[in-house]
Design a binder for this molecule. Structure first.
Ligand SMILES: *Cc1c(COP(=O)(O)O)cnc(C)c1O
Length: 380
């Protein structure tokens, strides 16, 4: 990525820039894995349901993973019949079941209650599975640990092995990590499934092992390849993965401009033309995003703050080689996933324009304006 180019004044600010080369690189890594072990790859569109990403992914993946009716409709519109659509959600609604079953090729019910209530109606059109909760925690923050106490996600594994004959369903879905950079959780999870379900796994047609692994940042894919081969060989399973953040996380940049700078209780504060509302996980998880200009040895420091009225709308304190000036641009890195999709127009601050970048050009592909804001807030 040419950072200097992103700072060119011809581009609007704030801007969300997606590096097509990085997306393509990860998609190729995934396609390579697919060729090596025969796993099936779905792009989990919830991380960034932007058509440009889905269009790039479409020829290289087996389909998309979705969490709702709107995602299913969008996935269907882009795929146009050229791939699978897998759904799992704790929020299935009776009034959407019909349409969901016709749009989705695979549905994993989140609870036995939902399975018993809806599977009969859905199975005429979709392949039916259950989301299983393996009760194995690899995350130490309850806010994003699907296996936390009293989890709402999936049928507890002991309950599954007690109450369901696996010959009644076609598949299982498991998803229990976030941003994992090795396959140890996956190996332990599959071990636990085998312990509890044993040869019953051979009754199934497919196993979806979820998202959460950063395939592009894991050096050694051999444990994964071996595991998938073994699952296919021992149980005759189609094995699906559904990465989201792995595909778009590192490809996304947020470019912002300094609007103001002043000293507050002895610290320099720089106000940006973006806010944490363009990357809400900064606030939700109190996580400081990476900044391209940050130099740990830089002599100058500034607290980068958003432009809304919320006192806690702050990205964090960074070090710089040169003092920040009004009009300077700064670039947050590694913000492709779960940023724009959660973004909002709080305080009436517009959403960033979206740009695509490759080695030849940086191109604006989406602009939001006052009409979008107005349409959202005027009554019908
Ligand atoms: C969020 C989610 C994914 C994608 O997770 P990433 O961490 O973005 O790879 C896949 N499957 C399920 C069920 C999810 O909830």
């Amino acid at each position: 990525m040419d950072f200097q180019v992103l700072k060119d004044s011809v581009y609007s600010s704030p801007a969300f820039v997606l590096d097509e080369i990085e997306v393509a690189k990860v998609l190729e890594t995934l396609a390579d894995l697919r060729a090596q072990c025969g796993c099936k790859v779905l792009y989990s569109i919830k991380s960034l349901p932007f058509s440009a990403v889905m269009d790039m992914a479409k020829p290289l993946v087996d389909g998309f993973a979705v969490s709702s009716l709107f995602e299913a409709r969008l996935a269907d519109e882009i795929l146009a019949g050229q791939g699978s659509i897998h759904l799992t959600t704790p929020g299935i609604r009776q009034d959407e079941l019909d349409e969901l079953s016709s749009l989705c090729t695979h549905i994993s019910f989140n609870s036995l209650v939902q399975y018993r209530r809806y599977s009969e109606a859905a199975e005429a059109q979709a392949s039916i599975g259950l989301r299983v909760n393996p009760k194995l925690s690899f995350l130490h923050d309850d806010r994003f640990d699907p296996c936390r106490q009293h989890s709402k996600l999936g049928v507890a594994i002991e309950e599954l092995s007690r109450s369901v004959c696996l010959d009644q369903i076609q598949g299982l879905h498991v998803h229990n990590v976030f941003s994992a950079t090795d396959f140890i959780p996956l190996i332990k999870t599959v071990e636990k499934l085998q312990q509890h379900l044993g040869i019953g796994l051979a009754e199934l047609e497919w196993l979806n092992i979820g998202g959460g692994y950063l395939f592009g940042q894991i050096e050694d894919h051999r444990p994964f390849v071996e595991l998938v081969k073994k699952l296919k060989n021992d149980f005759g399973l189609d094995v699906y993965i559904e990465p989201g953040k792995a595909v778009v996380g590192r490809a996304g940049y947020l470019v912002a401009t300094v609007l103001d700078g002043f000293i507050s209780d002895g610290e320099t504060v720089a106000i940006l033309d973006t806010s944490i509302n363009h990357n809400p996980e900064v606030f939700e998880y109190q996580r400081q995003p990476e900044l391209h200009e940050h130099d740990p040895n830089g002599r100058y420091t500034a607290i980068l703050a958003g432009c809304t009225c919320l006192a806690g709308d702050v990205f964090g304190k960074y070090h710089f080689r040169e003092p920040l000036e009004v009009g300077d641009k700064v670039i947050f890195k590694n913000v492709g996933a779960y940023s724009l999709i959660k973004a909002n127009r709080f305080n009436g601050c517009n959403l960033p324009d979206i740009y695509l970048s490759n080695s030849l050009r940086v191109k604006k592909v989406k602009h939001y304006d006052y009409q979008d804001y107005r349409l959202q807030w005027l009554a019908d």
